[in-house]
Design a protein around this ligand. Sequence first.
Ligand code: NI
Length: 184
Amino acid sequence: MIYPIVIYGSPVLRKVAEKIKKDYPKLDQFISDMWETMYYSDGLGLAAPQVGKSIRLFVIDGAPLEEDEPKLKDFKKVFINPKIIEREGEDIPYNEGCLSIPLLREDVIRPEKVRIEYYDELFNFYDEWYDGIAARVIQHEYDHLKGILFTDKVAPIKKRLLKGKLISISKGKFAVDYKVRLSK
Ligand code: NI
C-alpha cells in the first residue's frame, strides 16, 4: 500500500516518535508499505511520521546516489528504535531536501560521522559507524523521529526567507507526482 506523504504543517511531523516492540501490530506489512511508498515517491529515505505514524522507524536506500558514492549501492536498511550515540568529524554543509517539504532544498550543516544503535526488521541489534552521504541521510531521517525538519537547521539569515515558502507548501501550493496529505 502506498501511503500519502504528510506535508509540512501537519502536527505529526513535530511529535517525538514512540519506540516500538517486536510484536508491534503488522510490522512486516508496515515496513513493506514504507518501502513501496518511498520508491513510489522517489525518496532516498522515509521516516514513519512522514506517513502519519509516530513511531521510531525509518528506511533508507542509498542506491540512487551510487554515482556520487559507490558504497551506497548496497546501503539499504530499516532502522528501528535508532539512537545516535556519537557524532564525529567536521561539520559539513550538504544540500538537503525532504518529501514532506516538496521542491525545497537548502544547505544544512551536520557532522561527518555518526555512531548509531538500532534494530533491523528482524529485531537484530546493530551498533555501527556511518560517514559520508549515509551519515547525512541517517541524521536527516533520525531528526524526523524527534519532530525536527531540515528547514529548522538552515542558517538564521535564510530562515526569514523560508517562512513564506513553508507557508505556501503547507497550503499545498506545489505540484509533485506522489500522493500527499495536507494538514486539516
Ligand atoms: Ni525528510
